[in-house]
Design a protein around this ligand. Sequence first.
Ligand code: SF4
Ligand code: SF4
Length: 464
Amino acid sequence: MIEEKDSFRDTVSHIDKEGHRVFFHPKKPKGKLYSARALLSYFYLFVFFSIPFIKINGSPIFLFNILERKFILFGVHFWPQDFFLFVLGMIIFIVFIALFTVIYGRVFCGWVCPQTVFMEMVFRRIEYAIEGDASHQRALNKQGWTTEKIRKKTLKNAIFFVISFIVANFFLAYMIGIDEVLKIATEPLSQHIGGFVSIIIFSGIFYFVFIWFREQACLVVCPYGRMQGVLLDKHSIVVAYDHVRGEKRHKYSKTPIEGAGDCIDCFECVKVCPTGIDIRNGTQLECTNCTACIDACDTMMVGVQKPKGLVRYASEYTIQTGKRLRWTPRMIGYTIFLFLLIGVETFLLATRSDIDVTVMRAKGTLFTTETDGRISNLYNIHIINKTTSDLDLEMRTNIPGSEVKWVGEEKIAKSNELVEGTFFLLLPKNTLEHQNEKIQIEFWAGDKLIGKTKTTFLGPAKHH
Ligand code: SF4
Ligand code: SF4
């Protein structure tokens, strides 16, 4: 006879035999870890909805404006010129997640991933409140369109859409700033067609994800979920079933059964699982480490007077050997690399110049000899002030007796803005040693030198 004990490997939990998606109705979780996750999610949601309102010197603390390439992280503005700093920051973030995953598995997914927090702690709870627990939800779906069903489904869908709409507004606020979003809401629609369409599209996407797509986002879309196979090893801490203690599973019996493990085969861990898997089959790609099965199993263990923790946070290694967590060479290597990257990023951020200047001689111009005999050149200048305050910049050169004359009004480098201008640079004729003199222009704010750049100055040909 063919051994069928590994038959779970032949199927995936979320697709039925006909190839259709299985829509899960997980049982409402209850327990210490669920309560802790709920508490964390309140804090998380508070932070998520507060951040767009926090400003430093009038600018948001975080901004990810991809279209206009404006990025602000912790109040620090990133210009296209320092994009490498931003990219490095992103690489550090990804390495951090990878390192974290090697050691702590998918703790991120279960506790702080926005998809999990919104799905399990916001939308699912509303669903439980309106439609009841899993069995009631299934029964409601099966019955015809009674008044009760129409009322419940309409209410649920309406609330889901309103929340999706609110989330979409805040999501957009992270991209264009809360002030712009408020303008879309208060000013005539014709002025903000693009913004309004974005909000509607985002609302639609969020509504679709939370009303229907749900765990599929983790199972088939999320790239982080896909990476688990290469990141986890037998030392990673994951939500795990202690098969040493649990097997052989056996239905509960008051009289001890020889060879029976602690698992009473009650399927409670499976019933609460939002991705429909049986954790007793081992670590699986579908497991988001949501901890619902830990709570469910602990409740059962208390009921049958066995120690809690048959399903718990553990590594495969600790389960098999009973030993404690060890630092592996991979963990050490990742940590060193991470600290190195953080060091480089901090150094680059700390030594980033306050301004970014480009000075170019105006196209097609030569030099002019002034009536007082001085020679002048015309320049175009671009200044990006990366500081949080406006700078009244003074330009000086390394040539004695030089003078700068702005064309039009003298420019003030506004905070976090690109300023363009034109100026004449006048030099005494006798200071010019070459026809194409290399000069250095310094930028002073009061008595502080905050930047310098090099350019050339064209003078009359030397006659020897
Ligand atoms: S197996 Fe457990 S931790 Fe993993 S997703 Fe299912 S309920 Fe959550
Ligand atoms: S909840 Fe615990 S006892 Fe029940 S089937 Fe799952 S692992 Fe076994």
